[in-house]
Design a protein around this ligand. Structure first.
Ligand code: 9D3
Length: 234
């Protein structure tokens, strides 16, 4: 999958892209992530990318032209890539949406800053607006990294063997069952005896039941969703 990221702060991605799963996917050629600073597409002497909002008010707005020119430049190479604008007004990212995006051969991610982009970018260039949740970030970059992480790890070959197993357990239980590792007793707290029993059928039942209990008590909203999902798949 080819992913072009449009950002005024490409350096913010260095640590993220150099890290385990995404790094492995890039090295394996499963994903090809390219960063573009659309400031380079500003045409004036100072490479201006923002200006005060028409009608007044606080802050600055990202100008349409550098973004249009950057996207049009990239469209020569990836003409079909949908432009996704990371925006607090977007539809909220879910596992389902990440799964849909992982099926696309290419994506373009636009990161906003300040008060956002000129609305004409949204109206005439953007295909999709996506939020990562109902809280305020200072820009689209951390949101783009969240989306990248959620999507890239779903690409075939991005993870090791644990991938499909992990994915199955997520969709079965929604929330994961509790995990323990050695020692079997720590500061007087014992690991549940069933996990030490070696009876894999009993362990499987305990985990499934624990996952349900965990979901029911911590995320009853997911519990309802899971029931609906199971029902709609059968
Ligand atoms: C001070 C400006 N805000 C009024 C409360 C509006 C606003 C503009 C720009 C709020 C946040 C941002 C920057 N956020 C993003 O670019 C963003 C975001 C987010 O803030 N929350 C969740 N998902 C996303 S995706 C992009």
């Amino acid at each position: 999958m080819r992913i072009d990221v449009l950002t005024l702060f490409p350096d913010m991605f260095a640590g993220f892209l150099g890290q385990s799963i995404v790094k492995r996917a890039l090295e394996a050629g499963v994903a090809d992530v390219r960063l573009h600073n659309f400031r380079r597409f500003a045409q004036d002497r100072h490479h201006t990318v923002d200006d005060a909002p028409f009608g007044g008010g606080p802050g600055m707005v990202l100008m349409a032209d550098p973004i249009f020119r950057c996207v049009e430049h990239l469209r020569q190479e990836v003409p079909m890539a949908p432009l996704i604008y990371l925006s607090p007004k977007g539809e909220v990212l879910t596992q389902r949406l990440a799964g849909e995006l992982a099926l696309m051969p290419s994506l373009m991610l636009l990161c906003g800053r300040y008060e956002g982009v000129d609305q004409r970018v949204v109206d005439h260039l953007v295909q999709r607006e996506i939020s990562v949740g109902d809280y305020v970030l200072s820009g689209g970059e951390p949101a783009a990294m969240i989306l990248l992480d959620a999507v890239v790890r779903l690409l075939p070959g991005a993870l090791g063997d644990e991938a499909s197993t992990q994915e199955e357990s997520f969709s079965e239980g929604v929330l994961e069952y509790p995990q323990y590792t050695r020692p079997a007793e720590y500061r007087g707290w014992r690991v549940p005896e069933v996990l030490l029993s070696g009876n894999h059928e009993v362990i499987r039942r305990w985990r499934r039941e624990s996952a349900r209990r965990e979901t029911q008590s911590k995320r009853p909203d997911l519990f309802g969703a899971q029931v609906r999902m199971e029902a709609s798949h059968e």
